[in-house]
Design a binder for this molecule. Structure first.
Ligand SMILES: NC(=O)c1ccc[n+]([C@@H]2O[C@H](COP(=O)([O-])OP(=O)(O)OC[C@H]3O[C@@H](n4cnc5c(N)ncnc54)[C@H](OP(=O)(O)O)[C@@H]3O)[C@@H](O)[C@H]2O)c1
Length: 261
């Protein structure tokens, strides 16, 4: 018997990297899972990857979460195919890569990052609450993905770091307003996660990144999926408004080992 038997879950950005592992976790634990990427092609690629992992029954639909019309259409599909939703995982993110430093980046880029990471996450959450959670006796649970860069910045990622800080604040604000209604909102703040982007890294850079982690390793997608599953389950029934860091100890150190002399 899976931990999420009978539950209906939506994972945004569930079509690649960490999102795929989150979808896999819920599906293997018995949930009916819906997932979206931002485009038809990327969503279809993710659906094929899940099939290749031996996971059947995932319902996928492309949805740019910054577009209210596409979000409504995704929720129409959930209504038609499942008639309920129990868990929302706001995983999709615009990484805000390649915009340059704060003196060069175009303000429109900043807006693009916020439009997905903050406004997108908000409008999907609002729709989940109004369309489903508030009509269900058991209500529902929301889990956001932010980042340890919300607390400690990384270079040339101003918009991304700011958007993740905004997510942390939004999680606390939503948690306060939704707690009396029986809806919990929590957040996992990862550090380094192994993704396909690591394959393009110079091995020396990857090694240096690992040395930056007190546990000497980046997270696997499944490590993050386990934290998300905990926050989505009754095991965390008395938690709301929490930001749970999962970063191999990076945030607890003042300086990495080779600098701490
Ligand atoms: N990787 C890390 O080291 C790291 C560290 C800290 C926090 N995080 C956070 O953890 C989460 C997962 O990270 P990741 O590295 O696995 O993510 P990723 O590889 O950058 O993938 C991002 C996902 O979000 C989707 N997405 C982007 N914009 C979207 C939009 N407008 N509408 C719908 N979907 C959209 C992408 O879909 P497409 O394929 O269609 O683009 C993709 O599935 C993110 O929230 C990220 O910020 C990651």
């Amino acid at each position: 018997m899976g931990k999420f038997n009978g539950k209906v879950v939506l994972v945004t950005g569930g079509n690649r990297n960490t999102g795929l592992d989150i979808v896999e976790k819920f599906a293997r634990e018995g949930a009916k899972v819906f997932m979206c990427g931002s485009s038809e092609a990327s969503t279809a690629k993710g659906a094929a990857e899940l099939k290749a992992r031996g996971i059947d029954g995932i319902i996928s639909q492309a949805c740019d979460i910054s577009d209210a019309v596409q979000v409504k259409s995704l929720f129409d599909t959930i209504e038609r195919e499942a008639g309920r939703l129990d868990i929302l995982v706001n995983n999709a993110a615009n990484q805000g890569l390649g915009h340059g430093g704060p003196l060069e980046m175009k303000p429109e880029m900043f807006y693009d990052v916020f439009k997905t990471n903050v406004v997108g996450g908000f409008q999907v959450t609002q729709m989940a609450c109004n369309r489903f959670f508030m009509k269900q006796e058991s209500r529902g649970v929301v889990v956001f993905l932010s980042s340890n860069t919300a607390m400690r910045a990384i270079r040339n990622r101003t918009a991304y770091c700011a958007s993740k800080g905004a997510i942390n604040s939004m999680v606390r604000a939503l948690a306060l307003d939704l707690a009396p209604l029986g809806i919990r909102v929590n957040c996992c703040a990862p550090g380094y996660i192994y993704t396909e982007r690591w394959d393009a890294l110079d091995p020396a850079k990857a090694a240096r990144r690992r040395l930056n982690c007190p546990l000497r390793k980046e997270a696997k997608g499944s490590d993050i999926a386990n934290v998300v599953a905990f926050l989505a389950s009754d095991d965390s029934a008395n938690m709301t408004g929490e930001i749970v860091t999962c970063d191999a100890g990076c945030s607890c150190q003042h300086m990495p080992e080779d600098v701490d002399v």
